[in-house]
Every structure is written in structure tokens, then in C-alpha cells.
Design a protein around this ligand. Structure first.
Ligand SMILES: O=c1ccn([C@@H]2O[C@H](COP(=O)(O)OP(=O)(O)O[C@H]3O[C@H](CO)[C@@H](O)[C@H](O)[C@H]3O)[C@@H](O)[C@H]2O)c(=O)[nH]1
Length: 493
């Protein structure tokens, strides 16, 4: 009798920065052709994923019912892209409503498989409650953390060691993560600086998310052991659980997976533009899928890009406090005549909505990436040997920049936060330092290239050699299979 394949259930949080690495991980697991992959999300995200997966993909896409209106969100809000800050916690609350539906889905899967449980559940770090569902059914569960080990350690420690309002010096050490060195007060987002443990952010993060991380059977990280040991060590020490660095899991150039905004430029048009530029001459500027700059900082950035005389691609999103779904309004958001001038000179390309980021980062014309350093952007950049100019806006981004600058040496910070005041002259100075033949620029390029080689090695999967991340992935799957075997037959009523 043919043996039925084991089922792996994957459930990312409804955000592009989370769906992307999950999807990439699903594609990696799919390649082994050994497992059924059940990829779970809300209807609109699933609909978009369905149209972007290759036709021959065997990944099963499953929808869970979701009603944004019940939580004071605009109709059809199923992704945090374009969500204003004040609605973030509504969205998190709404995500809790998925719990009973997910439980029902697992129960149905077990029934359909004649009582055989899924081999494991890989769930998002922001869907902490999945751990309880896995417990209920006795299924191996791993929490997938889509940020770096280092930044996650800083962020977790800061939220677990509140309050920080009365910190008397501008810099302080984290009590349980001294290896992280000092944190400056400006490296904390406003909600964190104000938190005292009773506010909505603290309660949600600590009681709905973090308390579940340590109860998971294991934690998967989208990172590489060789570059991120310090942060990984923190979680090994803190939780005494298995910590599996399996990254980078990133989309490959040319892939089309989109669940949010539409592309503002075709991959071909973007490639043609880059093909015309000299090697290592283009600056790519993007602040990820969720966040944006203040109107005044956007003007300063435009002035810097024009002033530095470099080639650039800029993914322009509406500034803070404006309609986040708006089409590009160059006259209102950018200096007068900016769009026309850069078009005429041919040195700049403005992309509205969404750019094919991995294609851009992998192009030989690329020189540097001015980024908020969301971890996907950072690991995509490092995977292609591209040094970064960091402008963290919120959350873990501050500690990703710290990590990339202090521990990796492939990044230099240019500004910090969304409310900081930035001057175009400072931006120009940093852009020139990184892109020109300065000592610092050369050193950063060298470091970025060294890390690229470490990363390439970690994901090598050859007949006689498996890189560390691929080995770790095998170990994780073996552990899940083993535990699943031990628990077989113990389905709850
Ligand atoms: O025009 C665009 C903009 C983004 N992306 C992709 O979208 C993802 C964006 O992810 P990331 O760079 O991590 O930024 P955010 O979307 O801001 O990510 C959220 O999730 C990350 C992972 O948990 C956190 O590190 C960030 O702080 C958090 O804001 C990446 O894969 C990009 O390649 C595109 O392809 N085109």
C-alpha cells in the first residue's frame, strides 16, 4: 500500500513581510516532494496567492473566514499593508478571531486523513495562539520568526523588561542580553518608550504573543547560524528549546508572489532600465511593505537623491498621514519639477506601489540599498552582497540596523525613526560614503560580499554537501516526524 505523505500546515500572519518568507519556505519544502503542504490564510490573501503560484505547484491553499468589519477595520482589510497605525491593534485583535476556525480546520484535516494528524504546524510569531491549537491536538509546532535572531532578542528583552520611561541615561544595557551591548533610547519606538506593562501594546505583545514563543516545540528563524549566533544563543538560553536557523528563505528573482498592492512597474521594464546603467552604480530606495516617511523627510530624501547625482530606483509610498492607497502624487509629495527632471536626465526611476525588489537587488547594476531594514529586505540585500544604508522606522528595524552595522559591518545608519528630522546634506554624505570608492564604502562592500558567500554556503544542497541551514531544516523535519510518530493515535475528542 502506498504510504500517505505527511502533512505540514503553514500559517503566516497577514502581512507581506510574513507571507513572503513563509511562501518561500513552503516552496523549499515542496521541492523535496515528500510532504503535503497546507498553506492557511484569509480569503483575499489566498485569492492573490492562488493567482501568483506556478500552475504546477502542489501547495494546498486553504481559506479561513475573516471579517474585518467586525473589528472596526475598513471593509476587506485582510493585510496590514496600507493600514494606518491607529488600526494596528484592531487588526491584531481581529487575527485572534481566526483561532476557532483554525482549530476546526485541523480537526477536519485529521478526519479527512482517517485520524492521521498533520506532522507539524509552522505558525507565525504574530499568531501566538496557534501553539494552543497544536497542544490541543498533540501536534508538533514551530514558531517561525521572520526577523533576525539579534533584533528579536533585543525586541523581546525590551518588552519583557518594562518600563523604560524612567531610564535615567540615554543608553542602557539589556539585563538578560548583555551581548547585545547598549540600546539608545532613540532606538525604541514611541509605544515601547511609553509602555508600563498595562497598556494595550504591552498586554497584547506579552500575553498574546511572547508567552507562546517559549512554549512552542521549536523556533524557526529566517536567518543563518554563522552570522546570527548571538541572537540565536539568547533564545536557546531563554527558552531551553530547539532553535532552528533555516534561512534565508526569500523569494527568488523572477517570482511573482503578491498578496497586497499591484506592481507599479513590470519586471521587464525595471530590468531594461537597470540594464542601461553601469555596473554597481544604482541606489535602490525602499521602506518595505508597511511603513512610510513623514512628508518633510520625503522632500529631504528627494533633494538628496537629486543632489547626489547617483542613479536610483525609489519605491515611493504616500507620506505619513495621507491616504496610504493613493496613486503617486509627485507634485504634492516631492519637490516641484522633481519627477520631470529625473525622467529627463534618466538617472532616477520612481516606482509607485510595489517594485520587483529581489530582481532589483540581484541586478549587477545595483550598488547599495537605502532601507528601513525590515529583516526580509536586509536578508535579501545580504544574499546578493549589497551593502545597506539603514533608516529604521519602527519595531525590530532599529536592532536589525544595529546588528548589520555593529556585528556584520555591511550597513551604516543614516537616520532613526519616523519623527526624526533629516537633512538632505546628511543623506548625501552617507550615500556618497557608501557608493563611492571611500575606505568605508570599500570595506562595507567587502563585508557584504563575505556574508553573501556565507549565506550561499548555508543554503547549498548538493549531493555531497549540505549547508548549515539545509542541514538544520532536515533536523527540524526529522524532529517533527519523530514526535508525530510517538503521538500517533492520541487525537483529542
Ligand atoms: O516594493 C516592494 C516593497 C517590498 N517588497 C518585498 O516585501 C517584503 C518586505 O519585507 P520587509 O523588508 O521585512 O519589510 P516590512 O514589510 O516592513 O516587514 C515587516 O516584517 C519584517 C519581518 O518580520 C520586520 O522585520 C519588519 O520590521 C516589519 O515591518 C520583502 O520581501 C520585499 O522584497 C517588494 O517586493 N517590493
Amino acid at each position: 500500500m502506498a504510504q500517505t505523505k505527511e502533512n505540514i500546515v503553514m500559517f503566516p500572519f497577514m502581512a507581506q513581510g510574513h507571507i513572503n518568507p513563509f511562501l518561500s519556505l513552503a516552496r523549499r519544502i515542496e521541492k523535496a516532494n515528500k510532504y503535503i503542504i497546507t498553506f492557511v490564510n484569509t480569503p483575499l490573501n489566498i485569492k492573490k496567492l492562488r493567482s501568483s503560484l506556478p500552475q504546477n505547484s502542489s501547495i494546498h491553499l486553504i481559506e479561513l473566514p475573516f471579517s474585518s468589519l467586525d473589528f472596526g477595520l475598513p471593509p476587506n482589510t485582510e493585510n496590514v499593508e496600507s493600514l494606518p497605525d491607529h488600526l494596528f491593534y484592531n487588526f491584531f485583535q481581529a487575527s485572534l478571531s481566526l483561532k476557532p476556525h483554525f482549530g476546526k480546520l485541523i480537526s477536519n484535516l485529521i478526519n479527512q486523513q482517517n485520524g492521521q494528524k498533520p506532522m507539524c504546524i509552522i505558525s507565525d510569531m504574530l499568531l501566538g495562539w496557534c501553539e494552543e491549537i497544536a497542544q490541543e491536538f498533540g501536534i508538533y509546532q514551530a514558531m517561525f520568526i521572520s526577523s533576525s535572531g539579534f533584533a528579536s532578542a533585543c525586541y523581546y528583552s525590551l518588552w519583557m523588561n518594562l518600563p523604560h520611561q524612567s531610564t535615567d541615561s540615554d543608553e542602557f544595557m539589556l539585563p538578560d542580553f548583555p551581548e547585545g551591548s547598549t540600546i539608545h533610547v532613540t532606538q525604541m519606538e514611541e509605544v515601547l518608550r511609553a509602555a508600563d506593562g498595562t497598556d494595550i501594546a504591552s498586554v497584547f505583545l506579552r500575553e498574546e504573543l511572547f508567552c507562546h514563543w517559549g512554549k512552542a516545540d521549536g523556533i524557526l528563524f529566517n536567518t543563518v547560524e554563522e552570522i546570527d549566533k548571538t541572537g540565536l544563543m539568547y533564545f536557546r538560553r531563554k527558552f531551553g528549546r530547539k532553535v532552528w536557523p533555516i534561512g534565508p528563505v526569500i523569494l527568488s528573482p523572477g517570482s511573482q508572489a503578491r498578496t497586497g498592492r499591484d506592481f507599479g512597474i513590470s519586471q521587464e521594464e525595471c530590468k531594461n532600465w537597470l540594464d542601461e546603467k553601469p555596473s554597481c552604480s544604482v541606489l535602490y530606495v525602499s521602506f518595505g511593505s508597511q511603513y512610510t516617511l513623514s512628508a518633510s523627510n520625503m522632500i529631504q530624501l528627494a533633494m538628496a537623491l537629486e543632489g547626489c547625482g547617483k542613479n536610483f530606483i525609489w519605491v515611493v509610498r504616500p507620506p505619513l498621514c495621507s491616504d496610504s492607497n493613493s496613486e503617486l502624487k509627485a507634485n504634492a509629495w516631492l519637490p516641484e519639477g522633481f519627477e520631470e527632471r529625473i525622467k529627463e536626465s534618466g538617472c532616477g526611476l520612481l516606482v509607485c506601489k510595489w517594485a520587483p525588489q529581489v530582481d532589483i537587488l540581484s541586478h549587477k547594476s545595483l550598488s547599495a540599498f537605502l532601507s528601513h531594514c525590515g529583516w526580509n529586505s536586509a536578508i535579501e540585500s545580504l544574499s546578493h552582497g549589497v551593502p545597506m544604508i539603514g533608516w529604521p522606522l519602527v519595531a525590530d528595524q532599529f536592532y536589525n540596523v544595529k546588528f548589520l552595522e555593529e556585528q556584520i559591518g555591511a550597513c551604516v545608519e543614516v537616520a532613526r525613526g519616523r519623527s526624526c528630522e533629516v537633512f538632505h546634506e546628511e543623506l548625501v554624505a552617507k550615500i556618497e560614503m557608501v557608493m563611492n570608492e571611500t575606505e568605508k564604502g570599500k570595506e562595507m562592500r567587502k563585508k557584504a560580499w563575505e556574508v553573501k558567500e556565507i549565506i550561499d554556503n548555508a543554503i547549498k544542497d548538493e549531493e555531497n554537501f549540505k549547508g548549515s541551514s539545509m542541514e538544520t531544516m532536515d533536523q527540524f523535519l526529522d524532529a517533527a516526524l519523530k514526535l508525530n510518530g510517538e503521538n500517533k493515535g492520541e487525537t483529542p475528542n
